[in-house]
Design a binder for this molecule. Sequence first.
Ligand SMILES: Cc1cc2nc3c(=O)[nH]c(=O)nc-3n(C[C@H](O)[C@H](O)[C@H](O)COP(=O)(O)O)c2cc1C
Length: 351
Amino acid sequence: MYRLIRPVLFRFSAERVHHWTMQALRCVPYIPFAKCILRKLFSINDPSLSREVFGLKFKNPIGLAAGFDKNGEVVNELACFGFGFIEIGSVTPFPQPGNPRPRVFRLPKDRALINRMGINNAGAKQVMKNLRTRKHKIIVGGNISKNSATPNTAAAADYERALINLYDSVDYFALNISCPNVKELGCLQEVESLRIILEAVTDQRKYHDKYKPVLLKLSPDLNAAQLEDVLALVFEYALDGLIVANTTTKREDLRSPDEEVQNIGSGGLSGAPLFQNTVDLVRYISTITKKQLPIIGVGGVFSEEDALQLLDAGASLVQVYTGFIYNGPGFVKRILKKLVNKNTVGSIKNT
Ligand SMILES: Cc1cc2nc3c(=O)[nH]c(=O)nc-3n(C[C@H](O)[C@H](O)[C@H](O)COP(=O)(O)O)c2cc1C
């Protein structure tokens, strides 16, 4: 069905279609039985799919990656599409508009997107209010970042402020230090900058009664030396896991014509071209950390086989974004059907 609708949707700009989708999801609570019907059509509940990772119980290992529901507005509705968890954000302490439009582009020949949204969001206080309507027991992650106007030297205070505002509203935190669309955000992956952020965030967490896991979301573009430095800090500050990985600034081995790609300009590439690198990176990190660090694998998952491959490579959980856009609302259920009764263990810590 979605295969028939997709060519029509793809005639409009990606951001416009996303806007319509969000509007439609906002209407769901007002339509009698809509949630019930969506759940029947698009989700599976099977005890063999559940797993416990970094102390949280997930009903299944397939989540929605950050960037789709930036403001935590439709978590209850998205939960009907089979996801085991939903990561909202990135959320910054104060609202910001992001970059000028157009800022999301499709590369259909590559089953990919390029976006330079620039972390547009309503700010942590508004997101906290939005999440008050959260009804489902589904796990919600809060992906947090700094405001674009905040210099890197003051970034730690932004992460701390966003964490404080969202602390009681989400189940885990993801620190986005790797978005390629915010000037110099990637520099926060350098040891000294990252140390200050991790110090501030883990220290702030001590003031709260309930322990909330904190994960770090990495760039897929780190070299081996940078990755080694980051992992050393992750262990030093006893972070609860990694999200591997964000969008890439690379444009390698694309099928789309060079001219088309160049005309789009800067931004983070997501979708199918990322997949092999995601698997390799997850396997590498899982091996060098001796499976002691839970990993959420994300980047280019387009099929049930892809999800299985990531879990086999060492991911404890998997997230999708671009694959969901290209495959439609039945995508998660298709993956879950394949996972039922498959013993995919992933990392062993906290499981
Ligand atoms: C339009 C768009 C917006 C995104 N916004 C964010 C964001 O705000 N924060 C973040 O950490 N990742 C963001 N991402 C990255 C995704 O969470 C994910 O890491 C990446 O797209 C790779 O997964 P995929 O190939 O399944 O899309 C965004 C991705 C897209 C396509």
